[in-house]
Ligand binder design. Structure first.
Ligand code: G4P
Length: 287
């Protein structure tokens, strides 16, 4: 289970400090986000922390996102000059591509070092992101791939373990954890729907209604397929609340829409309601 700490200002300052300290030790940062909410799962202060450090933006959990939207997001980030790619850490997909991206980013630096006669050394990498985006899973995949732990680096006061990944990489074994930002109510809902923040922070029926808004606007076919609704029921529901009540009855829960909301949200989290991306690239955003 991902860390579900309460982010008070003191925690944020500490997380920021720790991330900055770790950053000093590495060559490349892997910024991990959830492919279903690539923007909402980004901590906005990351650029401030990272500054000019080479970075790969990684959309994890691509297996749960809408493939078409993931492609649009990658094109969008590319247009912004970012190095971005999609992976599925849980099933070991895209890891080679990620290693290659880090290598490519560092190639000019190592080339220069070589010209100066400096012997090549492993590329030092760290993973940074908000809770639940899959940081530990990704580290474990890399460990599983090349199990080897190197010693502490001289001059580093805190014990930092480095995991050797082949001959080319060394990965810092503790990820940098940043807080999610949810001043915008929709961002809060998206974070809760993907499990990045605690359920208790929001009402389940609000989350269910938000899901129904997304599905009726963009994925009505999935409501038909997955919840066995017919298109008339979707079209003729006077409101999303009406639709939720209808689904509640269909689930055999009479008027217990709280229970139906919990079920809907849980099914979305398990990707049992289809592969749905909640964040849209700016040009595709619906009102
Ligand atoms: P974190 O370190 O960033 O906090 O995330 P962590 O690796 O703990 O991953 C959070 C949850 O996401 C885990 O589920 C993990 O299995 C799942 N996960 C990570 N990467 C992927 C991926 O690429 N695809 C899919 N489908 N799932 C992924 P969990 O063990 O069920 O934990 P939880 O839900 O109980 O927190």
């Amino acid at each position: 289970m991902a860390d579900q700490i309460q982010w008070f200002p003191g925690h944020m300052a500490k997380a920021r400090r720790e991330a900055s300290e770790k950053l000093n030790l590495v060559d490349v940062v892997i910024e991990l986000v959830d492919a279903r909410i690539p923007e909402s799962s980004r901590n906005p202060i990351i650029p401030e922390i990272i500054k000019q450090k080479p970075k790969v933006l990684v959309l994890n959990k691509a297996d749960m996102a809408d493939e078409k939207q993931t492609k649009l997001w990658l094109a969008y980030y590319k247009a912004q000059g970012e190095t971005a790619l999609a992976i599925d850490a849980q099933h070991n997909k895209g890891l080679n591509q990620l290693e290659k991206a880090c290598k490519d980013l560092m190639a000019p630096y190592f080339e220069k070092q070589k010209e100066k006669g400096v012997k090549p050394r492993p590329i030092r990498v760290m993973i940074l992101g908000i809770p639940n985006v899959g940081k530990s899973t990704l580290i474990n995949r890399f460990v599983g791939k090349n199990q080897a732990i190197t010693g502490n680096k001289p001059g580093v006061t805190k014990a930092q373990r480095w995991l050797k990944m082949g001959k080319v990489f060394e990965l810092l074994d503790t990820p940098g954890i940043l807080w999610p930002k949810f001043d915008d109510p929709d961002v809060g809902k998206k974070l809760a729907l993907t499990g990045a923040i605690k359920d208790q922070l929001l009402h389940m029926d609000d989350l269910a209604l938000y899901l129904l808004k997304v599905y009726t606007n963009r994925y009505p076919q999935l409501l038909i397929e997955k919840l066995k609704l017919n298109s008339d029921q979707i079209a003729h529901s006077e409101s999303l609340v009406d639709l939720l009540l209808h689904i509640t009855q269909k689930m055999g829960l009479k008027d217990d829409y709280d229970q139906a909301s919990i079920r809907l949200v849980n099914e979305y989290r398990k990707a049992n309601l289809g592969l749905v991306t909640l964040d849209l690239v700016p040009s595709e955003e619906i009102s």
